[in-house]
Every structure is written in C-alpha cells, then in structure tokens.
Design a protein around this ligand. Structure first.
Ligand code: ATP
Length: 428
C-alpha cells in the first residue's frame, strides 16, 4: 500500500478508510493534531504527473517571497496569466476558495436584505436591440439578421419594470462592457447588482438603501466569514475596511481635493482614478471611513436618464459610492417625464428611435423613481484589499481574455473558424 500511496500524483483525489487518532506529539503538516491510520486507500481520480504548477507555489504570499529572497532561497513564482489559463487548478488554492465563498455569502446576504425590504428579484434580457445607455462600447451581434448587442446594464429594462407597476426591483446578473479598459478594475463581463425603486420625496432614499444594504453585507461578512478572510489575508495581506457611511456633495469633494491635496479637477468634470484615490485617502483621514457617497454630480457627466436638480439644472440628483477610494456604485433619480427624457436623450446624441419602447413606457405615467448599479467583483476586490479584479471573477473576461485557455495560437484559428462558419451561414 505504501508503494501505491507514494506512486499517487499530487492533487489526485483519493478515498481513505482508516482510524482517526490523536498523535503523541504534533505532526508537521497542515493538520497537526490528528492523524488517520490508513487501512484502505482508493484512487478516485489520478492527476497528471506534470501539473502546470503546484498549489503550494500558487499560494505563496508576497511576504513569503520577500523572506525567501532575503534568505537566498528560490521560490517558484506562478504568474497571473498562468494561473488564469489553468483556472480549474488555480481555484484550488485556499485564498481562491475563500474569495469565492466571500462573494457568494455577500450576494446571498444582499439578496436576503433586499427581499426583506419588499424588493422583487427580476431577470431582464441580456440580448437587446440598440445599446442600453449609449456611451460605453457594446458587444454587437447578429440576432437572426437583426442588429443586436449584449446589455451593458439592465438599466432600461429595470426602469420599464417600474413603469410596469413594481415599487422596488433588483437584479443580480451579467453585465457586458466592450470598452478597451486594460486596468486592475475593469472586466468585459462582470456581475452587476442593480436596483430600482419608487422615490417618495428625495433621491436620498436610494442612498439610504445603499448604506443599509452594504453595512448589513459588510457586518455579515465580518461575522460569518472570519476564517475565509484570515485565509485571504495569509496570501494577500490587507487591513479591514472602515465602513461608517459618510455623504459629501461633488462640490465638497472637489473643494477638499483642491484645498487639502492641491488636486485640480476640470470644472464640472469627472474625477480621474487618481483623484478618486486621493479623495478616498482624504475622507479616510478626516472621517475615519473607507465607505462614502458623493452626491449631486454635474448633469453633463451623467447618463441621459439622470434627473437634473430642481434648484440648478447644471447639477443632477445623482451619486457615486466609493470604497477604499474607488468607485463601486453609480446611482441617481431617473427622469420620469417623457418629454424631458426625449430632450435629454437627443442632447446626449442618442437615437431615440432605437429605444422607442423604453421611451413609450413613460407615456402611460410613471412614479418618481431612482436606483443604482454596483459591480460585485469590484466590491469583493476592495473589501478584501486585493489588487486585481480578475482575482474575484471565476473565469475573467477582459479585452485579451475570452476563455480560460487563452492560447494565443488558438485565437486566430478560432477567428478563422468563426469567419468561415458565418460565411457559410450567410452564403449557403
Ligand atoms: P468606471 O468609471 O470605473 O469605468 P463606470 O462609471 O463606467 O465605471 P457604471 O457604468 O456607472 O460604471 O457602473 C456601475 C458600477 O459597475 C461601477 O461602479 C462598478 O462597480 C461596476 N463596473 C462598471 N464597469 C465595470 C467594468 N468594466 N468591470 C467591472 N466592474 C465595472
């Protein structure tokens, strides 16, 4: 049996029958306090002898690399692409197991919270005609001879659901963005948590839901995922977030950046990633929180459906939410008046014909409403202090990665095959 056992390759799956006992002294290894005296051993599935990498190597932390370097020891480094190309194996590292458990626990807590607040979970189509909002690039496709695209957000459909008489709805589903963003925080496909709700008096009611929802989720993760968070920290050390909610207006944020950090923002312009990070640091130092909402953004930098402020139409009833100095959520009150909506869409260069059914929904009268969109991978990344969003997506899709193999030699072949295939579809 010993020779059979030693012939087994790493990562093979085995069934063991034996007696569990407590050894006289601690054993070296992962489980130190108990041992199994093996009576029978079966191999259920044998791994190949030459794995792409060892799980131990893929689990090393920066600290371990540093220690090894100082002591002149050589550790094997497994790069991110190699890990993602072999994601089926890479997911076995303790940190990855923990990251995806945290994501699952967080989403479920959010869902529970929203259901308890009378939100209805909805499922909107991901193949749509035209583009959801204009602006960002979309993945175009051919839908039985008609031009279509993958939804860049459930925005228009969730608003149409409100027009359809629902008070409060939410969706957890895939969101597709085709822009060429090669950053640590952009994916081409991510999981969005979107909500839309009736507003009684003020769009701050939506901000209230954001704060309650995320404080509830973060509390729940800290209380129920301690082990997972410790495991993640072992490989990727991080400080827990401080999340006492704070609200500031866009103007206050811009002023803080100018007066306290000397950072100038283009008048009524968007904050750059660097400015966002700087503001996050200022807010953290001043208000002792990593979780804050910036409200009342200039209208000109928000999507066409955003409601302008009553008192000053240069500004809008909108907000962004930040965690550790990075945007995690965008939200606003939406325009419910069809004339005003048409005017804003045209001003923003949107062909209203392509979204006529959305526009028409507002002609039957619609209640005041607002909502927000959040990206789950980005939230998990920032909650766990990770440096790359790809770590929080099971099989990340980015401008250069379409499948877990990502074999550069395969890609031209795939494109060739697809063009050949579609050519034959078009010309039978
Ligand atoms: P950014 O300015 O970071 O590109 P955005 O303003 O385009 O984001 P929205 O369209 O408002 O973002 O989307 C709402 C939320 O969805 C963002 O706050 C973020 O959490 C998430 N999100 C947006 N784009 C991406 C992306 N490409 N990859 C991952 N998450 C994203």
């Amino acid at each position: 049996m010993v020779s059979f056992a030693t012939s087994l390759t790493k990562e093979s799956i085995v069934d063991v029958e034996g007696v569990i006992s407590v050894p006289d002294k601690l054993i070296t290894g992962a489980t130190q306090h108990v041992e199994i005296q093996v009576r029978k051993l079966y191999c259920i599935s044998r791994a190949v002898p030459n794995l792409p990498f060892n799980i131990e190597d893929a689990s090393q932390s920066k600290t371990e690399f540093k220690k090894a370097e100082e002591s002149g020891e050589q550790l094997v480094r497994v790069g991110q692409d190699t890990k993602l190309n072999n994601r089926g194996l890479d997911l076995r590292t303790p940190a990855n197991q923990a990251i995806f458990r945290v994501k699952s626990v967080g989403v479920n807590k959010g869902r529970q919270f929203l259901l308890s607040k009378n939100f209805v979970e909805i499922f909107t189509p991901k193949v749509i005609a035209g583009s959801s909002e204009g602006g960002a690039e979309v993945f175009k496709l051919d839908y039985k001879g008609k031009p279509a695209c993958l939804a860049q957000s459930p925005q228009l459909h969730k608003q149409m659901t409100i027009c359809g008489g629902f008070d409060r709805v939410f969706e957890v589903g895939p969101v597709f963005r085709a822009e060429n963003s090669y950053t640590h925080r952009h994916l081409c496909e991510f999981v969005g948590l979107d909500i839309e709700m009736e507003i009684k008096e003020h769009y701050y009611e939506v901000c209230d839901i954001v704060e309650e929802l995320f404080v509830e989720i973060f509390n729940h993760l800290n209380d129920n995922c301690c082990k997972e968070l410790e495991v993640i920290k072992l490989q990727y050390p991080f400080q827990p977030i401080k999340y006492l909610p704070k609200r500031l207006t866009y103007d206050e944020g811009v002023r803080m950046l100018k007066q306290e950090a000397g950072v100038e923002i283009e008048p009524m312009g968007d904050l750059s990633t660097e400015a966002e990070k700087k503001l996050g640091k200022l807010v953290s130092d001043k208000y002792n929180t990593d979780f804050f909402i910036l409200t009342k953004f200039p209208l000109g930098i928000r999507p066409f459906y955003t409601m302008p402020c009553h008192d000053n139409s240069e500004y809008s009833n909108s907000f962004d939410v930040f965690l550790r100095g990075e945007e995690i959520i965008s939200g606003s009150q939406r325009i419910h008046d069809p004339e005003m909506l048409t005017k804003r869409a045209e001003q923003c260069g949107i062909d209203v014909e392509t979204i006529s059914t959305y526009m028409d929904s507002f002609r039957n009268a619609t209640r005041l409403h607002g909502g927000f969109g959040a990206g789950l991978e980005r939230i998990v990344m920032l909650f766990c202090g990770l440096n790359n969003i790809r770590k929080c997506s099971l099989f990340p899709r980015d401008p250069q990665r379409l499948n877990p193999l990502n074999d550069p030699a395969c890609l031209p072949m795939t494109i060739l095959f697809l063009s050949f295939f579609s050519f034959h579809l078009i010309k039978p």
